[in-house]
Write a protein that binds this ligand. Structure first.
Ligand code: G3P
Ligand code: CA
Length: 240
């Protein structure tokens, strides 16, 4: 359905899966997102020591697994032996960290859109970008996002057909010269930027807009700017 249609509804992306009720970036969280009726999922990609793209938000395992080791110091087989989420739930065995390849297959099978966010270890080793882009190209509805404009510009040069979304920040974005983000097809803004002067600047850019950090309880999402095409939320069920 076209965005101009009066019946158009923004797509709902489950942020790190349905992370409001499941441990983030796990197959459980992605399955729950599907169950709640999400149109797509958002996830974070880091690289293992052997260059495999894996789905985990932080650079190291302290917060998610209570182990003070960087993801980039472990091979995929070592990482698969570690469970995340245990410290949050008593007597819970934890979950495996999925590979990007596993989640892409899940999205393809279930017709879910995918937002792949490139994190620090991908920026540090761009020689592995090609593997990530090849996986993204397997999906019909996919876009690549990052806070790192440099890595996104590189992605666009390598694969111009892929949709690119720059994650804008209040402090680090050049609000007076948004033209410098010409390589991006879209902007993803945090809900704190759903106010003036930021919102008008975003809308005037003419780019695809999505908003992250929304919980479904905000007042200002009831009458969103018409160019907002997606919500990225921990609670996809509330939006459906
Ligand atoms: O979709 C944007 C959002 O995911 C960026 O923040 O920290 O959750 O990766 P973070
Ligand atoms: Ca993210």
């Amino acid at each position: 359905m076209s965005i101009e249609s009066p019946n158009y509804k923004p797509l709902v992306f489950a942020h790190r899966g349905a992370s409001g009720v499941c441990f983030e970036n796990t197959m459980s969280a992605f399955k729950e997102a599907l169950r709640q009726g999400a149109d797509g999922i958002e996830l974070d990609v880091q690289l293992t020591a052997d260059g495999i793209p894996v789905v985990v938000h932080d650079k190291d395992l302290s917060r998610v697994a209570g182990i003070r080791k960087p993801i980039s110091s472990l091979s995929l087989s070592e990482l698969k032996g570690i469970k995340v989420g245990r410290k949050f739930i008593r007597n819970f065995a934890g979950h495996e960290i999925p590979t990007l390849s596993e989640v892409v297959s899940f999205c393809a099978l279930n017709h879910l859109a995918l937002n792949i966010e490139l994190k620090e270890t991908v920026s540090e080793r761009p020689e592995y970008l090609r593997d990530i882009l090849n996986m993204a190209l397997l999906l019909d509805q996919v876009h690549i996002s990052s806070f790192d404009a440099g890595i996104l510009e590189r992605v666009k040069m390598m694969e111009s057909s892929l949709e690119i979304a720059f994650l804008v920040k209040k402090k680090t974005t050049d609000w007076d010269d948004l033209g410098k983000y010409h390589f991006a097809d879209g902007f993803h803004l945090s809900k704190s930027l759903m106010q003036e002067p930021y919102l008008s600047k975003m809308v005037d850019s003419g780019k695809i807009l999505r908003v992250y950090g929304v919980t479904g309880k905000e007042e200002n999402i009831r009458n969103p700017a018409p160019s907002i095409t997606g919500w990225i939320t921990d609670y996809p069920g509330r939006f459906k």
